[in-house]
Write a protein that binds this ligand. Structure first.
Ligand code: PLP
Length: 402
């Protein structure tokens, strides 16, 4: 017998939840608090031992040879582009379904972002579209592991190798995921992480670039800190004393503090449990939504053992009497407070003024019309998950096109 479902709250029914739930939230335990306090009591606040400890730990967690911790995921993308040699007049290929930083990093370097469309089922950048977008001017590809599912790294690496490009993986969503058995962070030429509070592992703010290439690693170190070095092999002049250092490139102050590094180190200890919980929530959502004809479940590729940062609910508008906006509002009325990731980057006025027009990535544009990011985070209880499922089911059934 079919379960009797209530009226959606937006139609006057009782909300699926009494209290509001949001799409993401950090999880901080006593060990995290202790780690931060310990720095405040005993260590340098910045450029101290926690930076190296964090970098070593990121290498241990991912299998990458080198890690450069920095102030944000955006800073990480910027120095990765600089290290890749991206400059004035170059082109960088990326996806429009991402946070603006994935394309802005090219603009910071005087290069032009070129948007390649997504695969309509996985929502990640489509390697075939990347191949078509390559020109003489292309320097790098910024591939995003959207929602935490790995981008198609092997096909992308093949294209990059063929054309002499650097593959930068924007791994802001991907920590904890494995691609063909290797942790993301150890596969691409460079992978960037973000430790913003909505991400799986947080430092308040923070970022990192991982690489296996020592040349890229040395450049990343330079760009993180003003282009200044104490490494004699990089200097142009003879040191005139033990205090001597040189600025050999134009870098930035993208350092991270030891306070943040300590928090990230402590959070990384919890990555296995964060991963398991996010996987369990994803599995439960997939199971529930897979049964509802008006919803489309994001395709999971077998190459990616995925830790989800985002869970994307995708409606099939032809099978509903309401659109995404109304669905979103109906969820809010159930006290399920969602978000939308992402508005295609080139829709923004800043990009329009640079000459980008709608229509260039039809799959991305269609996706944007149909998606809602549902709550997913470590501290969600099973009851929270079930209440989200109840809210979604209630709305999808009530507004099903007969
Ligand atoms: C969060 C995010 C960034 C930026 O990271 P910050 O640490 O906030 O600078 C970049 N790309 C993607 C895909 C992100 O989700």
């Amino acid at each position: 017998m079919e379960r009797q479902l209530d009226k959606p709250a937006i139609e006057g029914g009782v909300p699926a939840r009494d209290t509001k739930i949001y799409y993401g939230h950090q999880y901080i335990d006593e060990a995290d608090v202790e780690a931060v306090v310990d720095v405040l009591r005993h260590h340098d606040l910045t450029c101290g031992p926690k930076i190296k400890e964090l970098e070593d730990k990121l290498c241990a967690v991912t299998g990458a040879k080198y890690a450069v911790a920095c102030s944000s995921g955006t800073a990480a993308l910027h120095i990765a582009c600089l290290a890749a040699g991206v400059g004035e007049g170059d082109e960088v290929i990326t996806t429009p379904i991402t946070f603006a930083a994935s394309a802005n990093c090219a603009l910071y370097c005087g290069a032009r972002p070129v948007f390649a469309d997504i695969d309509p089922e996985t929502y990640n950048i489509d390697p075939r579209r990347v191949k078509e977008a390559v020109t003489e001017k292309t320097k790098a590809v910024v591939a995003v592991d959207y929602t935490g599912q790995s981008a198609a790294l092997d096909p992308l690496l093949e294209i990059c190798k063929e054309h002499g490009l650097i593959l930068i993986e924007d791994g802001a969503h991907v920590i904890g995921t494995k691609y063909k058995g290797r942790a993301n962070g150890s596969v691409s030429d460079m992978t960037t992480f973000s430790f913003h509070p909505v991400k799986t592992v947080t430092g308040g703010e923070g970022g990192a670039v991982l690489t296996n290439d020592v040349t890229l690693y040395r450049r990343l170190l330079l760009y993180r800190a003003h282009g200044i070095t104490r490494d004699e092999s990089l200097m142009e002049h003879e040191p005139d004393g033990p205090w001597y250092y040189e600025q050999v490139a134009l870098g930035y102050n993208y350092r991270i503090t030891d306070i943040q590094a300590a928090l990230i180190i402590s959070q990384l200890d919890k990555l296995p449990m964060f991963r398991e919980r996010r996987k369990a929530i994803t599995a439960r959502y997939n199971e529930a939504f897979g049964k509802i004809p008006s919803l489309y479940v994001q395709k999971e590729i077998p190459e990616s053992d995925t830790t989800r940062h985002l869970y994307i609910l995708r409606i099939i508008p032809e099978k509903l009497t309401i659109d995404r906006k109304r669905f979103f509002e109906a969820l809010a009325a159930e006290n399920v407070c969602c978000n939308v990731h992402y508005i295609p980057t080139y829709y923004f006025p800043y990009y329009e003024k640079l000459g980008y027009r709608r229509g260039i990535c039809p799959n991305a544009e269609k996706l944007y019309e149909e998606i809602i990011s549902l709550p997913i985070y470590y501290a969600m209880s099973d009851e929270d998950v079930e209440s989200v499922i109840e809210a979604v089911t209630k709305i999808a059934v009530y507004y099903a096109r007969k």
